[in-house]
Write a protein that binds this ligand. Structure first.
Ligand code: CP3
Length: 334
């Protein structure tokens, strides 16, 4: 059994597997080299040779316990024919979703648009570097994708008041997302993904009263679906304050925590395996501080099933040597 599965399935507390969100990315010079020659991010994700190579880059350097496939949560709106572009120093910019066209799409139309993503997963999961390790597939949560589909860029701190105006449209989009996210999950698993992570990066924008409709109900539908395929599911609802409620209702196999969450409070409230937490900015400080902060998490979760990770993606300005140092701290912790 892989170290991560031992934590999730056996609730093993004596090992601390580690992988890092955005572990394949701009902090690695070998990624920047490929990226500089491939200006179109979507095209890069759809090149199975390059995207599988990028996925494996961090595993060649560091003793990580999982690969996360180099792709993006916005490949889903892209596959539904919504225009998706990435502008340097700005982030994603989307066009309008043609909902009547997307509603006519079937599984074959969808897969045809992003087939190389599945080929890349197959290549990665068959690579020798993945022996005794997990291949993590992922999707954006319905709420976070709804935000991108309607807002057409990353939202600022607050969602605009008129966002919820067209309830009919919102419900049509949520229906569509439920259908195609399940198709996307199923195809990732069929091609070798053996864990699914659901990223709800904008869950924190909602008021508590809106969580049931936009977060709990649509996410539960996906969690139940992943479980029905006998694959563990990790949920990362970034920015919400009531993790206890979330876990009781959505029931993921693992809960990912962001860096604003007090790990000591989590330990008291939650008994499922926990992942992550350390502030990515800690990697920008010095080794002494990094060791102190990482060890703090390891000590707090000493008797709790715990997968080491950050509380959000690794920052592009991170020194790869600091990443190596972090992985060794986690691996050497007794
Ligand atoms: O974690 C990994 O290493 C796997 C690959 C991965 C990417 N995006 C690659 C990527 C994953 C899991 C994602 C998820 C994703 N994408 C999320 C959820 C996690 C989170 O960050 O909250 C979100 C919200 C997106 C949407 C997205 N994609 C944004 C906002 C941006 C621009 C911001 C940025 O970091 O540049 C992207 C682009 C993106 N996705 C990059 C990478 C490596 C950077 C592309 C580049 O090289 O310019």
């Amino acid at each position: 059994m892989t170290p991560i599965n031992k934590v999730i399935l056996d609730k093993n507390t004596s090992i601390n597997p580690i992988w890092i969100m955005r572990q394949a990315g701009r902090y690695l010079p070998e990624f920047r080299e490929i990226r500089s020659k491939n200006k179109d991010f979507i095209k890069l994700c759809l090149d199975e040779n390059l995207s599988s190579e990028i996925t494996l880059q961090p595993l060649k350097r560091f003793n990580l316990d999982a690969a996360i496939i180099f792709s993006d949560i916005l490949m889903l709106p892209y596959a539904l024919n919504q225009k998706v572009e990435f502008k340097k120093n700005f982030g994603p910019i989307l066009g309008d979703l043609d909902i009547s066209l997307a509603s006519k799409y079937d599984e074959i139309d969808f897969i045809r648009k992003i087939f190389p993503v599945y080929k890349a997963i197959k290549k990665v999961s068959n690579n020798d570097l993945l022996k005794e390790k997990n291949t993590i597939g992922f999707v954006g949560a319905p709420w976070t994708l709804l935000v991108y589909i309607l807002n057409k860029q990353s939202p600022k701190k607050k969602i605009k008041d008129n966002f919820f105006k067209d309830q009919f449209l919102i419900n049509r989009i949520l229906d569509l997302l439920d259908k195609f996210l399940k198709i996307h999950i199923k195809n990732q698993i069929e091609n070798g993904a053996n864990i699914i992570q659901i990223f709800d990066s904008w869950a924190g924008l909602l008021e508590g009263k809106d969580l049931p409709n936009y977060v709990y109900i649509p996410t539960l539908s996906l969690v139940d679906y992943v479980k029905s395929l006998n694959i563990p599911v990790i949920c990362f609802p970034r920015g919400i304050s009531n993790y206890k409620n979330y876990c009781e209702i959505v029931k993921p196999d693992v809960i990912g925590i962001d860096y604003d969450i007090d790990p000591k409070k989590i330990i008291k409230e939650i008994d499922i395996p926990v992942q992550g937490g350390l502030d990515p900015k800690t990697l920008l400080t010095d080794k002494e501080n990094l060791k102190k902060q990482a060890t703090r998490y390891l000590k707090i979760f000493k008797d709790h099933p715990y997968i080491f990770n950050l509380g959000h993606g690794v920052l592009p300005e991170t020194d790869p040597n600091m990443m190596e140092y972090l992985v060794n701290i986690v691996k050497d912790f007794k």
